[in-house]
Design a protein around this ligand. Structure first.
Ligand code: ATP
Length: 234
């Protein structure tokens, strides 16, 4: 069984098609990137997989279960594009609150603070954090319960270079199934080994990063190959 399955999903907003029969699957423990030009439907796909939005048609399964099921809430970690923890709670309070909701020991909150390098901001309200530190807190909240299936929408947005390296190392060390939406090809190549390229709400290419490279000239940057696929030249 695949851990993520999307079958013929259609989603429209006010009659405008965001997803137009998109289908793909990610095997358990697979590390996949979701690539696509602006407006292709990446965030909508992740929102549907997380149970935040319902598709107009088609089917979506996480480990064979509905994304809205309680069991999926237990095993899923989802980072939206603009995640917003509770603004009036401090970093520590946000983590402790979510730890208590998930029946995790309080110490887990502190572990996440050290993992993400948030020691200096433990007692700062989330609403007063810089955008990068807010992203670190959001990532800490996503990874708090050691999710088996992880959906990340642009996870390295706003992070400085040392923190990007730190987060890449954290994400690479995780077991489980990973689907990352990103515009940055180097993030895809560092975090994942397969890509799903979508455009106009449909999959237009899928395969391993090695297969993707083999489509171009020997010295051709991978971004150039992806751009050709997205514009229909390849
Ligand atoms: N809540 C909404 N209301 C109306 N239209 C929406 C809504 N959310 C998404 N759309 C539209 O659906 C399409 C897909 O949007 P989506 O955000 O999924 O694309 P994306 O691939 O994540 O884009 P980007 O790379 O720019 O973040 C776009 O045309 C967008 O304008």
């Amino acid at each position: 069984m695949d851990c993520i399955e999307v079958r013929n999903v259609i989603k429209r907003f006010n009659g405008i098609s965001a997803l137009d029969g998109i289908s793909f699957s990610v095997p358990c423990n697979g590390k996949y990137a979701l690539l696509g030009p602006n407006g292709a439907g990446k965030s909508t796909t992740l929102k549907i997989l997380s149970g935040l939005l319902r598709p107009d048609a088609g089917e979506v399964y996480i480990k064979g279960m509905s994304p809205t099921s309680v069991e999926v809430k237990r095993i899923l970690g989802y980072l939206p594009e603009d995640a917003m923890p509770y603004r009036n709670l401090t970093v520590m309070e946000n983590l402790e609150y979510f730890a208590s909701l998930r029946d995790l020991p309080r110490e887990r909150a502190k572990e996440m603070i050290y993992l993400l390098g948030l020691e200096d901001y433990m007692y700062v309200e989330a609403g007063k954090l810089s955008r990068g530190n807010l992203q670190k807190l959001s990532l800490a909240l996503v990874l708090l319960h050691n999710p088996e299936v992880i959906l990340l929408d642009e996870p390295l947005n706003y992070l400085d270079i040392p923190t990007q390296e730190r987060v890449i190392n954290i994400l690479k060390s995780l077991n489980g199934t990973l689907l990352v939406s990103t515009h940055i090809m180097s993030i895809a190549t560092r975090l994942t080994d397969h890509v799903i390229i979508i455009n106009h709400g449909k999959v237009i290419w899928t395969g391993s990063i090695d297969e993707l490279r083999s489509l171009g000239r020997e010295d051709e940057p991978i971004e150039s190959i992806v751009a050709k696929i997205m514009s229909g030249i390849l």
